[in-house]
Design a protein around this ligand. Structure first.
Ligand SMILES: Cc1cc2nc3c(=O)[nH]c(=O)nc-3n(C[C@H](O)[C@H](O)[C@H](O)COP(=O)(O)OP(=O)(O)OC[C@H]3O[C@@H](n4cnc5c(N)ncnc54)[C@H](O)[C@@H]3O)c2cc1C
Length: 268
């Protein structure tokens, strides 16, 4: 949609250009920014001039994803990768209620910073213990787990002037086997619950609930949990919520059923 209050758009080409004036907001792929009214936004700072679309494997084997990497590009890149966790990338990309056209424009960073409970890039990152590099307006940087960024359905701990620079997936997580389940009330609806899991070569397991809880729920076990232990932990998790995409009780129930399937798949 046309953002009629926007007076100007400038393309950032350096860190100095990221300093926001009153009313300015960062623009990534624009798929959310131009999808609804943006009260109070009078200017946009386009991040596309920064060249932040890296998909690099570091010397340590970590995967570095530039914040401006389109989700569709990450999906295609992972399709050619050979590490065991590679299938999770496509599964999470396809978990968005978005066509390939939107996935070609929407960025990994934009999806994480928008931080809807149904953000499947948050799900991917949380399952693989990824960290986010944040650039602050005072020139300092910080590195935080992506799973810790959302504070609610569409809110984060970031300030308006914080910039997500990149996402780092540590090498050990890429060697894990992963599994994925998703459910929505409508056939083509936004995720009501997104359940992901990973089993590391040492047998330790991580299970993640997103879309069903307001913020990511990360459950960790030194070895595969017994079915009743996992079910109890899923049912006891906090943050199940009710909205038009599902009730809290339904979200709790489907999370328990589908994470049991994830557990079984990882155990096989
Ligand atoms: C058809 C459609 C379907 C969708 N389906 C889903 C869905 O199923 N699940 C879901 O979670 N979301 C969904 N969304 C919303 C989705 O989260 C966003 O459209 C998309 O992921 C945002 O990415 P973008 O690159 O287009 O960001 P933009 O729209 O450009 O920006 C999104 C927000 O993030 C900020 N931002 C972007 N990049 C950075 C950065 N590097 N640092 C700091 N701030 C930044 C912007 O200022 C803005 O506030 C959907 C949107 C559409 C239009």
């Amino acid at each position: 949609m046309d953002l009629t209050a926007v007076q100007g758009v400038r393309v950032a080409r350096s860190r100095a250009d990221l300093a926001l004036d009153q009313g300015e907001r960062y623009l990534a792929g624009g798929t959310w920014m131009f999808s609804e009214d943006q009260p109070g936004v009078t200017g946009l700072v386009d991040l596309s001039g920064l060249g932040w679309d890296e998909l690099d494997v570091t010397a340590q084997g970590d995967l570095r994803i530039g914040a401006m990497a389109p989700i569709g590009t990450l999906e295609r890149w992972a399709a050619t990768a050979t590490f065991p966790a590679a299938p999770l990338f496509a599964q999470c990309s396809e978990s968005l209620l978005a066509s390939f056209k939107v996935r070609a424009a929407a960025t990994v960073g934009g999806n994480i910073v928008r931080a809807y409970a149904a953000s499947s890039m948050v799900a991917l990152a949380a399952t693989l213990d990824a960290t986010a590099t944040i650039w602050h307006a005072d020139g300092t940087d910080s590195v935080v787990p992506v799973a810790s960024l959302p504070t609610g359905n569409g809110t984060t701990s970031l300030s308006t002037s914080d910039v997500l620079r990149d996402v780092i997936v540590p090498a050990p997580a890429l060697t894990a086997r992963t599994a994925h389940r998703r459910i929505a009330l409508a056939e083509h609806g936004r995720s009501g619950a997104l359940l992901t899991g990973r089993r590391d070569p040492d047998g330790s397991c991580t299970f993640v609930i997103t879309a069903a809880t307001l913020t990511p729920t990360v459950l960790r076990y030194p070895a595969a949990p017994a079915p009743d232990e996992l079910e109890r932990d899923v049912r006891d998790a906090e943050g199940y919520y009710t909205d038009p995409l599902g009730t809290a009780d339904w979200r709790r129930q489907v999370s328990a059923v589908l994470l049991a399937e994830v557990r079984e798949e990882l155990a096989s």
